[in-house]
Design a protein around this ligand. Structure first.
Ligand code: ZN
Length: 149
């Protein structure tokens, strides 16, 4: 990766950190989960609105480092409008992306992650940051499990 790309990626993360998308409580949410990362101090609430088999809205609130906040911001953008199965595949794919586990490359291909999530590839080199990047995704998956019950 060139340093120019590094800078581009950093600017994407800084932009989402400065102006997180879907950063509010979702009053008509159908499910909710919390994510806590004591290693870094990241704390988020994630809300989903699930109608039938589809996530029609997603939002989050909380505080933490730039990586955790940017990741949560993009996660809410990416899962909105997706079916529950698609959202689960995105979770698996995102996990494979940041963990950088070669055995999971087929999972990564199948998930067909939006290109903008590639910015989080850089956390592979920093195991503690992997937790920051995946925190809100774990909360989203947890909220999915309680959805539609
Ligand atoms: Zn963090």
């Amino acid at each position: 990766m060139t340093s120019e790309l590094d800078e581009l990626y950093q600017s994407v993360i800084l932009d989402h950190n400065r102006a997180p998308r879907n950063f509010h409580k979702l009053e008509d949410a159908t499910s909710h989960a919390e994510g806590r990362n004591p290693l870094c101090g990241d704390m988020y609430d994630v809300w989903l609105k699930v109608e039938g088999d589809r996530i029609t809205d997603a939002a989050f609130q909380g505080q933490g480092c730039a990586i955790s906040k940017a990741s949560a911001s993009m996660m809410t953008q990416v899962v909105k409008g997706k079916t529950l199965d698609e959202a689960r595949r995105l979770f698996e794919g995102f996990h494979a992306l940041v963990a950088g586990d070669r055995s999971q490359e087929s999972v990564l291909r199948e998930a067909a992650l939006p290109a903008k999530l590639e910015v989080f590839k850089g956390v592979r080199a920093f195991p503690i940051r992997v937790k920051c990047a995946t925190l809100s995704w774990h909360a989203m998956k947890q909220a999915l499990e309680t959805a539609g019950r």
